[in-house]
Design a protein around this ligand. Structure first.
Ligand code: 5GP
Ligand code: ZN
Length: 115
């Protein structure tokens, strides 16, 4: 837990969000500035600042992020139409919150490549 990390504060419940997914290792909640009709963030409870900071010991939690998205897609009924998951890293990736998070975007046809 990093006290100056926004997402650690969300994990700790100090900042309230509408949790749409919760497991032992991961929580999911709606993005405050949605870029698609469905835009949720899946974050590990453990503080990992960027993907560069993840190591082999984080293998399970990294997998849990993807499986959380997969389960949520099935639950929301968007699995068949499709969705996108993305994780931004550092400046060129457009990362603004330094606690890793998997974006899940769905509910419209998404263009490729992203800008
Ligand atoms: P990044 O740019 O780091 O990949 O994504 C950070 C995301 O976190 C952005 O899409 C932004 O809208 C979202 N975000 C930032 N602050 C908050 C917040 O306080 N609550 C929620 N729900 N989302 C946030
Ligand atoms: Zn954190």
């Amino acid at each position: 837990m990093s006290t100056d990390c926004l997402f650690c504060r969300i994990v700790a419940g100090e900042i309230s969000v509408d949790r749409i997914y919760e497991s032992e290792t991961v929580i999911g909640f709606k993005d405050i500035n949605p870029q698609a009709p469905i835009h949720v963030l899946f974050i590990p409870r453990k503080h990992i600042a960027t993907l560069n900071d993840a190591d082999a010991a984080d293998r399970a939690v990294l997998g849990d992020l993807l499986l959380a998205a997969r389960h949520y897609a099935a639950e929301r009924g968007i699995a068949e139409d499709g969705f996108r998951v993305a994780m931004n890293c550092n400046r060129d990736g457009g990362q603004t919150v330094f606690h890793i998070h998997l974006h899940m975007l769905a509910g419209r046809s998404l263009s490729w490549p992203p800008g």
